[in-house]
Design a protein around this ligand. Sequence first.
Ligand code: CO
Length: 358
Amino acid sequence: MEGSEILLEELSNALGPSGFENSVREIVKREMLAIGCNIEIDGLGSVVGRTPGTDDGPKIMLAAHMDEVGLLVKYVTDQGYVKFETLGGWLDQAIINQRWVIMTKGGPIVGITGIKTPHVMNAEARGKVFAKADMFIDVGARDRQDVIDNYGIVPGDPIAPQSMFSKLNASGMYLGKAWDDRAGVWVMLEALKRLVNVRSLNLYGVATVQEEVGLRGAGTSGTMVSPQIAINIESGVAGDYPGITQDEAQEKVGNGPGLFLHDSSMLPNLKLRDFVVETAEELDIPLQFNVLSGYGQDGAAIQKTGTGVPVVNITVPTRYLHSHNSVVSGSDLDGAVRLITGMVQELNENKVQEIIGF
Ligand code: CO
């Protein structure tokens, strides 16, 4: 991979459920400051970094969300088990029997969503999916008082999946949690690094908060930046493994970055879509398309800021989203960086006027 693998690992491992993105925010700030960006934070905690450019150039916004799906402490039972609410969209069967980190004021507490042993279950019960409402997190406490006295867990504490980054053998793929959307955050930061010395740009890199609970930071940071054009960078939905069909998702891991043509939250600006396709052709970057019937992304909130903004959603195809273990490819990550860098370099005043006009 051309970009920083260490940064990719750090971003994946960082704990940052929606609304509790602080550790990711610190990484983003560090990386932006290191290349000379000017940083502001919006009222919800999104990081808005501006490269040292010119005020005159077209205002371009690159966005990716820092938060990941997680849980939140609801209450502690008398027996000392932690009951939880979900943050973002989870399948019930992806929650059970996993390791978690409860992010308390006093530090991290590891826990496990315990699963009933099959030894005591009849055949019918064994075939059933466990319901989220029946689940709990076991932190090893004796009872509720033990949790209060010795674990420091209080209602409202965020809970992040525990899952460490690793390479997926020699495939050039990476296995880890939170690729949605740390893959996008990585692409945004790597693109900024390549564009930071282009003085003719008026370029903002934005790491948003609370995407998974309703595109909240994208609305506030989009209002703050007020861009003329925005490129949202997301983890795409790969449809290349058994049990998922081309009708459901068309991206394949390793076949290049994706361009969303439809999702339930946004239609892309068509001139901007064409510009993405042209740039990919010129730079010889393989490009995939995706048309989804579900799925929402930050571009939808940015698109609706001000009097309306042309936006596209460019993706890093990802397998097994919203779980402890997802897969992305280094070649897609690099392709997305090259594509976005190439686009931004071509976005002069004429090009921008051509795109935003009707
Ligand atoms: Co996402």
